[in-house]
Design a protein around this ligand. Structure first.
Ligand SMILES: [Ca+2]
Ligand SMILES: [Ca+2]
Length: 375
């Protein structure tokens, strides 16, 4: 069962020309988190798969540097060839050969010959030089969410992308040292767009009793700059592959986005997004004047946030090991939330709460009604 783990306060950092400027935020009382009973989720991934963006398995990637392969971005990843001024560190993030690191059964089932391997042997306080997944065809956020850089010069969305109300991402991971504890190993995965901005935070870590998943939200209106963390699950067998799915529902208005975390097909946690930071915090508002960043991909970050009161020290002994990550899927689509939204053919563009397409308008209306009864 999920439980409240820890409350921490942090400052926010702004990356400007390779220099970090950090400020501490105010404190706030800890919030209670909703405890969810495990719910078995559908594994129907057949012809009605909610996966329009496809799944990246890295099998056709070249070994070594990730940067520039199939829309992946990792200027700080080892071997990227990026100019030194474009990155804060050289991270142990690479495309790896699985032959010696992944148990045969896991290789055959999921990982194949090659995977993304990430350790936190090297960390930094930076964001945009870390590793970013392929982008979804569309972007997700509430109305007004922004896919462009603050100066308008860069659009992080794929050309022609539309704004959707749900972002969904899934990835599979296993320890690169399945038979041994890697003390200090941790990695944060966030819905993002390719620069410094994130809308949620899921950490995977190797603890003495196995792998753990921790969730962080910034959703307390009284302390919009604060980060609150919750344990999602711990004690996961590091010899086995684990599937993490993040589903973000963006809802117009303040403090109402819903983020769900599933681990191995079981819903383990629900919490808020980071909208409150961008809408209410003085540092957050400075980014988009109270709007939020739209998201379309995952940021895999080995960050050092110790200077802000958040753990994240580098773990040098994890170099060459860490986590192996595979089957990375991202998508942005819109869920039918009202019967009106289904009209005039719009149902063709919408999906039900499970991410499945509708057969006709009546199907869409029923889907929206089910959602309103049981949001
Ligand atoms: Ca693979
Ligand atoms: Ca909202």
């Amino acid at each position: 069962m999920p439980s409240h783990l820890l409350y921490v306060r942090v400052g926010s950092c702004v990356l400007l020309l390779g220099t970090l400027a950090c400020r501490r935020d105010t404190t706030a009382p800890a919030r209670e988190h909703v405890a969810l009973a495990p719910v078995a989720m559908s594994h129907d991934e057949g012809e009605r798969s909610p996966s329009p963006a496809g799944t990246v398995t890295f099998e056709s990637f070249a070994l070594g540097a990730i940067h520039g392969q199939q829309d992946w971005q990792s200027t700080g990843g080892e071997g990227s060839g990026a100019a030194p001024e474009s990155r804060c560190a050289v991270y142990d993030h690479v495309i790896a050969d699985n032959a010696t690191m992944v148990p045969t059964a896991a290789r055959e089932a999921v990982f194949g010959r090659r995977s993304l391997r990430i350790s936190n042997a090297v960390t930094s306080g930076c964001y945009s030089d870390q590793t970013f997944s392929q982008r979804a065809a569309d972007v997700a956020g509430e109305s007004g969410a922004i896919s462009r850089s603050r100066d308008g010069a860069t659009d992080y969305a794929v050309t022609g992308a539309r704004l959707r109300n749900r972002f969904e991402a899934e990835w599979t991971l296993i320890s690169a040292q399945p038979s041994a504890w890697q003390p200090g190993l941790e990695l944060v995965v966030s819905p993002a767009r390719g620069d410094d901005h994130r809308m949620s935070w899921v950490q995977v870590a190797d603890w003495s009793d196995g792998l753990a998943v921790v969730f962080a939200e910034r959703s307390d209106p009284a302390a919009p700059g604060a980060i609150e963390r919750s344990l999602v699950v711990r004690g996961l067998d590091r010899r086995r592959a684990h599937v993490i799915r993040l589903t973000m529902d963006f809802v117009d208005g303040a403090h109402n986005d819903v983020v769900r975390v599933q681990v191995d097909g079981v819903l383990r946690h629900a919490g808020g997004s980071w909208e409150t930071y961008y809408q209410d915090d003085v540092n957050g508002r400075a980014n988009f004047s109270g709007a939020t960043p739209a998201v379309n991909r995952l940021m895999f970050r080995t960050g050092s946030d110790a200077h802000r009161g958040v753990p994240g020290d580098p773990a040098p002994a994890t170099r060459g090991f860490g986590f192996l990550i595979d089957a990375v899927r991202v998508s942005a689509y819109s869920v039918a939330r009202s019967a009106d939204a289904c009209r005039d053919g719009a149902w063709r563009e919408l999906r039900d709460d499970a991410g499945h397409a509708f057969r006709h308008q009546g199907d869409c209306v029923r889907g929206a009604q089910r959602l309103r009864r049981d949001p």
